[in-house]
Design a protein around this ligand. Sequence first.
Ligand code: ADP
Ligand code: SF4
Length: 684
Amino acid sequence: MNAKMTAESRYQVLFDPLRLGPVTAPNRFYQVPHCSGMGHALPRTLAAMRGTKAEGGWGVVCTEYCSIHPSSDDQPYPFAALWDESDVANLAAMTEQVHAHGALAGVELWHGGSYVPNLASRLPSIGVRSMPSREEPVQSQRMDRSDIRAFRAWHLAAARRARAAGFDIVYVYPTHGYLMWEFLSRSRNDRTDEYGGSLENRARLLRELLEETRAAVGDRCAIAVRLSADGHGAEHLSATEAHDLIGMLDHLPDLWDLVVGDYYGEEMATSRFVHEGALEERVAQVKRLTRKPVVSVGRFTSPDTMVRQIRSGVLDLIGAARPSIADPFLPAKIRDGRLDEIRECIGCNVCYASNYRGAPLRCTQNPTMGEEWRRGWHPERVPSGKGGSVLIVGAGPAGLEAAHILGKRGYTVTLADAAEEPGGRVTLESRLPGLTEWARVRDYRLTQLRSIPQVSMYLGNRLSATEVREFGADHVLIATGARWRRDGLGRWHSRAIEALPAAGVLTPDDIMQGARPTGEVTIFDDDHYYMAPVIAVLLARAGARVTYVTTTGNASEWSHYTGEQESTQRQLLELGVEIRVSTALAGFDGEAVTLGCVFSGREWQQSAAAVVLVTSREPCEELYRELVGEEPGGSALKIQRIGDCRQPALIAHAVYSGHEAARELDEAHQVPSARRDRSVIHGP
Ligand code: ADP
Ligand code: SF4
């Protein structure tokens, strides 16, 4: 029996079809509804992205939250919509692409209730009672009975449109703080009519929607409910009530899609805080209460974990959002016994941050995510190139990505790095607290390289400009990375901080190389993401008395977009780190730091034996400049810089940059510029 057959039989259970009411899922891989940053505004981009997942073997592919009516408008966040016939046509493009690969298409019908501000539609938002929206200084209109009747009619009409668009699974969605969650909530719902009070009354609207949706489209579409397995805390919906609800309604849906009450802390948590399969126990509890199939998530990337979850009766379908973003071909790779080719999600939530910023998803591990239509990039296939030799200097994420893509395109690649081990910043950063899974960025690419003989890697090789020239490659990619600045320059200080002593001033690079300051240490975070907090955790655990200083109003302000901000600040507080927000580091004399209020300018001193400056990075472009001078065209060599050496940014950007350079080498002039997905006005 060969390895492929062994894998096939071991994982066969993942490929058994499953009946969901009137439809049949072809296998157990279920891409649960997840935000895309595309929504109704970018229908072609969206259809191609979802279609690629189906091509990669996901048996069910769902939309993101799909608004049923203009009174649920989440602008500026990108949401799908089924408001009218034009949305039907646009979403039909998605269902067609999903069906073309034999998968089922699901739609998560959604009404945001009080949560949404309706910035674009300008309609008043509606709620079980008048409540403030999530972010805007506006409140919702309390729904009276006629509003409830109108809402039910909108939902019904949207369900019919969903069927017309070709969807096979239609969601009823009482979770995540939206309108139907408000009705279920013990504290939000203060109604004294038949929609308030007892659990039965609070669930009345949900039951009505389920009955009406079922009657309208249940002959052709499976009905799914997304529900929290452990409720939403005693003040809203206790775990016991959530379980009772499942008992009360079990005859109505064809599928339960289970989440948990703590969205940021658990369900969407990053690998810094939560590991694979964290929802298992609570989902298993619910599974025992229902006779209907259950799908749930857990950032599953291990096929063995998936099989165990199904065999032990926790799940019927393996739900995934992030693992399907990082590897749209994950199911196909398991089916074909190509397990070592799986591009595992690292749990960084950069994808989530894109959506949160109103932009199409990008992914640290999968640079083609969001580019399926715009640039025609496929996650598994690259066009063959003209051939020739390429020298890549630097084996960080940019260099490693470029090397394996160029190898697959047929180039002869030499990859050199000064370090004794590959991976650049990924290798170093993955040793910081909570970032172990980030090493997957390196490991996936190293595994790919093992099967590409025309790529050779030389470690412990620091190349000079002369050596690069003498090497005589047809193309050179400089991927030499960036270093953290030692002078404090960044967002806050546009000039270097004056008179910093030589001793006691450290950067993240020093810490990653092993420096461990003790005693009183001040960390200055003008970067606002993960680096300063993880260093604070590292040093606090090693016994230093850490003061974390940041110019913004919260610790790690930008990680709000990755959903990590609260967990980060809590972790620092629990470790006894003193947090000083809205504060800048003004100076350091070796014994004390001078700190200043960013609003009033008031300054004070605090003793410190060392400071760690997490401000900004400087591209390591010395080699590039020596080779090309100030004018790239002036060099006889075909040379370009990629990754952090070109633009210091996230690991996601470095991987993307390496991918782009490798995919387009020799082709730049032929490749059409990226397409734009937008409405175009024809005629006057
Ligand atoms: P990126 O994120 O852009 O991939 P990294 O900082 O992760 O960049 O990696 C840059 C790599 O380049 C590091 O591993 C470093 O050792 C290597 N490097 C820098 N300068 C040279 C050089 N002159 N010769 C060989 N390797 C180099
Ligand atoms: Fe996973 Fe990060 Fe990619 Fe999101 S961006 S899918 S969390 S690797």
